[in-house]
Design a protein around this ligand. Structure first.
Ligand SMILES: [Ca+2]
Ligand SMILES: [Ca+2]
Length: 424
């Protein structure tokens, strides 16, 4: 009897007609094919007959078992894993609605088979859609607002350069914030705010205005000390103010009152100056000197008399022209007979004649020439003119005598001096 292969053939044909075998693992499909191959080898053998039926039935049983054990492949989660990785790279704190991403990830069902690949692909798409729908939180401007609170209320005391730099930094922030910005741009805003804060800190107070102080100092310097009776009262204030200025050259505008106070001190001192009254023209013996102006004569002087002696030691005058003329034109000194011509503003002229007692020849020295000339004049008074007679008369007795000669000779010899002030 032939072998009964109908069941085997039916199962084999049904298997080979299947179109879903790609869904199953290669190993489980191969196990089925191995049993079919065993059955076909058995049926193709030349000695096959009913005696082999039991072997074929065993193959059919094994074949059914292998078909029952066909194992579906796992679904492909690559796209899901990629979408989850993409989500994990994000900083969830930057978004207002990161929950939708969490929800999409939470909805993923693991370990689905390849027959549910579309569902798995749907998980990936849902995660990606949620990521694409994320919305950034708004940018945080609190630091900017805090910085603005630190800007001084009165900017007028600060230099234009530093105020402008601060305003420029603020304008840069406002321009930046006017754009399409969100929390993802926070670090850029933070950098701009840091610059702004630095510019606020760098605000520099303007220097004080020294113009008025310098002007009043210069006004004082231009004054003539001789024009005021109390010049040195003002001068001590000037010294004090000038020293203050030297010690405080960089006061700020916030300290302007200190500068103004110094200005006012010197202003007040200048305003308090008392002008020296205008003097009438005069010509007179210097106060405290030995000088005697007696009519047309000037005496009480000294030998070796110079113009400087006359100006500084013996005479004082104001608003008059004074001309000194030597008795001997080429002499070194002003001796007896030299003249002082005084011209007043109204052109009144006074001429005084200098008498140096003991100096009869007019060279401003008392020497042996004077002594001998006096001795000669004692014999003949007419040898002297009136000026010489006055210079030679050193004993106080009117006529020229040997007594005058003796006194002059003693002076020449250094025995005694002739007192220029005592003789009238
Ligand atoms: Ca002389
Ligand atoms: Ca005499």
């Amino acid at each position: 009897m032939p072998i009964d292969s109908a069941e085997f053939i039916s199962i084999k044909n049904a298997f080979e007609a299947r179109t879903d075998l790609a869904n199953y693992t290669d190993a489980s499909v191969q196990a089925v094919r191995d049993e079919i191959a065993r059955g076909e080898i058995l049926l193709q053998a030349s000695d096959t007959n009913i005696k082999k039926q039991a072997q074929l039935d065993a193959i059919v049983a094994a074949l059914n078992t292998a078909i029952a054990n066909l194992k579906l492949k796992d679904a492909d989660y690559t796209a899901v894993n990629a979408a989850v990785s993409r989500a994990n790279l994000l900083d969830r704190d930057l978004y207002t609605n990161f929950d939708i991403v969490n929800d999409a990830i939470g909805a993923v069902v693991p370990d689905l088979k390849i027959t549910e690949q579309d569902r798995v692909d749907g998980f990936a798409a849902a995660i990606n859609d949620a990521i694409d729908a994320l919305e950034f939180k708004p940018i945080d401007t609190s630091a900017y607002e805090a910085a603005q609170e630190t800007v001084p209320a009165d900017l007028s005391i600060y230099t234009d350069a530093t105020v402008n730099a601060m305003n420029d930094a603020k304008a840069a922030i406002d321009t930046f914030l006017a754009g399409d910005v969100n929390i993802s741009h926070q670090s850029q805003l933070d950098a701009l705010v840091a610059t702004y804060t630095a510019k606020i800190a760098a605000l520099a107070v303007k220097p004080a205005d020294y113009t008025a102080l310098n002007a009043v100092i210069n006004e004082f310097k231009a004054l003539n000390e001789d024009d005021y009776t109390n010049y040195y009262d003002a001068y001590s204030v000037y010294r004090s103010v000038n020293n203050w200025k030297t010690a405080n050259p960089n006061k700020l505008i916030t300290e302007q009152a200190e500068v103004d106070a110094q200005t006012q001190l010197l202003r007040d001192a200048i305003d308090a100056l008392i002008p020296v009254p205008a003097l009438q023209p005069y010509f007179r013996a210097k106060e405290g000197s030995t000088t005697v102006i007696d009519g047309q004569y000037i005496y009480g002087l000294k030998t070796n008399l110079t113009a400087g002696n006359l100006r500084n030691t013996f005479l004082e005058y104001n608003d008059v022209e004074v001309e000194f003329t030597k008795a001997i034109e080429d002499a070194r000194y002003y001796g007896t007979g030299s003249t002082v011509t005084v011209t007043y503003p109204d052109n009144t002229v006074e001429v005084y004649t200098i008498i140096i007692f003991g100096d009869v020849d007019g060279n401003s020295l008392i020497d042996s020439d004077d002594a001998y000339a006096t001795l000669a004049a004692a014999v003949d008074n007419s040898l002297f003119n009136a000026v010489q007679k006055k210079a030679a008369n050193v004993d106080g007795v009117r006529r020229i005598s040997v007594d005058d000669y003796a006194i002059i000779n003693d002076a020449v010899l250094g025995i005694n001096d002739i007192d220029q002030t005592a003789i009238a």
